[in-house]
Structure formats: C-alpha cells, structure tokens
Ligand binder design. Structure first.
Ligand SMILES: Nc1ncnc2c1ncn2[C@@H]1O[C@H](COP(=O)(O)OP(=O)(O)OP(=O)(O)O)[C@@H](O)[C@H]1O
Length: 250
C-alpha cells in the first residue's frame, strides 16, 4: 500500500527533519506512529497524504511511484485518503452535519444515504446533540470528533490521523479507537500518530517509532520504556541535567 525508501525531508533550507526513512505499510495494516514532540510525525503523515514532496528518496503509494504520478492524477489519489488534521480544518460556516456530509456529497451520494450515515456517525462519536452546531461554537474535543467523522465517513482506503485523541477524555478516546478498528476491519489501512501511551498499550497494534529522523517498527511494547527514555534524553539531556525545582513560596 505504501513504501518509503531512504526518504529525506527538510523544510526550505532548514535541517533534515526526516533523514533516512524506510518502511512498508501493507494493505489492511493498523499502526501507531509515536515519537517525541518535533520528531517529525506530522511531517511523515504529510508526505503520506501528499501535502509535501520528499527532498529525496522513493515513495510508493497505492503501488505507484509518487515521482511518476502526473499532477492532475493527485486529487484522485488524495480522495482515497482520509486525514484527521491536528488542527481539525473544519469549515466554520458549515454545521457539524454538513462538514461530515461534504465528502459524501462531493462523491454524489444520495441525500437519504447522507442523512442516514452522517446522523449515525455523529451519534456514535457522541455528537447527536450538536449536529447543527457551527464549529466555532464547539469545544476542542467536539471539533476533533467532527474532524474524525469527516475523515472516516467515506471509508477511505487509507486513514491518517494526527493526534486524533489529543483533545478528548479517555472514555471518548477508547470509543474513537474502536471506530478506527471497525474501519480497519472493513479494509482501511490505518496510521495514528499519538502521544497517548495508554491507548498504544491497550490496543496492541504495531508501533512505528520516529526518532533521529528515522522510523523503527516496534512490535514489542516492552520497548516503549526504552523508546521514551531515548526521546526524553534526546530532548532534555540526561536526568542529571534536570532543572532545580524552585522552593515553594510560603
Ligand atoms: N512548515 C514548516 N516549516 C519549517 N519547519 C517545520 C514546518 N513544519 C514542521 N517543521 C519542523 O519540523 C520538525 C518536525 O515537526 P513535526 O510537526 O513533523 O513534528 P511532530 O513529531 O509531529 O511534533 P508534535 O508531536 O509536537 O506534533 C520540527 O522541528 C518543526 O519545527
């Protein structure tokens, strides 16, 4: 489904964010993508949903070499990819319902089908009472759930979600993971970038870890501790460098 070979990526003249990324995602896979803040998770997802081109290396998507896909064919490929953006990207002048309905309507779905599916899905994510709300009147967690519903409504071949549970409580996070798993059972390949260790532990899908500009696949959750320690040391130095806690004022 997706293959990266020695992919590098930098923004402008900045340092390489991704240095030498090589991995393969098989159709029907479900992976968590983890790594320290700033490790490049969003950047990797952006390459996968074709928002950026790599500065070097090979990307195969849906078994085609990205470099040889004509620009005019990219929108068709993007339509097969559902994306949950970290900043939601909802259309503020459309209701929650109409935001979620948009991908179906763009694809020419019948209005009775739209009404049924969008209503059911918004109910599932706990927004039955907010169907007609405009995004600016919703909380962060509610917006996030509208964004998720919009990304999954048309059953994409590939779902890429950037920190999709960052704004919701644990109960809703688990429910959203069940939704992603259901989609995966129906054939969608899923990649979820997350900092939520308890979700990764609970759902036991293979982990892709980004660090030092590279991806490693960790099947063994025991590696989590080592990975987290590596991330913390890379970001903050060793334990000995910890700042002194100021005394509590009396
Ligand atoms: N548009 C951009 N222009 C320049 N640098 C960027 C841009 N977007 C990201 N970066 C840099 O690329 C690096 C990786 O950022 P990215 O957002 O991919 O990390 P992340 O792992 O998703 O972080 P987080 O967990 O905090 O969301 C960071 O150093 C960031 O400053």
């Amino acid at each position: 489904m997706i293959r990266f070979e020695n992919v590098g990526m930098r923004y402008g003249t900045g340092p390489e964010v991704l240095r030498d990324v090589t991995f393969e995602l098989k159709a029907g896979a479900f992976h968590f993508l983890v790594g320290a803040s700033g490790a490049g998770k969003s950047t990797l997802l952006k390459l996968m949903y074709l928002a950026h081109r790599p500065t070097r290396g090979l990307i195969n998507i849906f078994d085609r070499n990205l470099a040889s896909i004509p620009r005019e064919e990219l929108p068709d490929i993007r339509q097969r990819i559902g994306v949950v953006y970290q900043d939601f990207r909802l259309l503020n002048h459309l209701s929650a319902f109409d935001n979620v309905a948009l991908p179906l309507r763009v694809n020419g779905a019948r209005e009775d089908v739209v009404q049924k599916h969008v209503g059911e899905l918004l109910g599932w994510v706990g927004l039955a009472d907010h169907i007609n709300a405009l995004p600016p009147t919703l909380s962060g967690g509610q917006k996030q759930r509208v964004a998720i519903a919009r990304a999954v409504i048309s059953r994409p071949s590939l779902l890429l979600a950037d920190e999709p549970t960052g704004n919701v409580d644990d109960t809703i996070a688990v429910r959203l993971l069940y939704l992603f798993e259901e989609l995966n059972r129906m054939g969608t390949t899923v990649v979820i970038a997350t900092h939520n260790k308890s979700l990764v532990d609970r759902f036991k899908h293979p982990v892709m870890r980004l660090g030092d500009g590279q991806v490693r696949t960790e099947e063994d959750e025991a590696d989590w501790g080592a990975g987290l320690r590596r991330d913390a040391e890379a970001s903050f130095g060793t334990k000995g460098d910890a700042p002194t806690v100021p005394p509590r004022e009396l």
